[in-house]
Design a protein around this ligand. Structure first.
Ligand SMILES: [Zn+2]
Length: 80
């Protein structure tokens, strides 16, 4: 267990709820903000908020939703 500065309970509860809805109970363990992710060495982070395409999923170091990232990879593969 790492000792990061705790976000407030409302934000944490919101992330737990979003992760539960998505069926990924590990996600609330991820850093909740990019700067914390960077402090901890570059894992994905999870805000609990949907991306512009409506995915609730962790984001990478660029702030891109990992679902969108996978979709883009698949589109690129299908385009070949
Ligand atoms: Zn997305």
């Amino acid at each position: 267990m790492t000792h990061r500065k705790f976000e407030d309970w409302d934000a944490y509860a919101q992330r737990v709820c979003a992760a539960t809805n998505a069926g990924n109970l590990d996600w609330p363990q991820l850093p909740h903000a990019k700067r914390i992710m960077i402090d901890e060495g570059g894992k994905p982070f999870f805000t609990g908020k949907a991306c512009k395409r409506g995915h609730v999923s962790p984001r990478n170091e660029h702030g891109d939703c990992t679902q969108c990232h996978l979709m883009r990879l698949a589109e690129r593969r299908d385009a070949v």
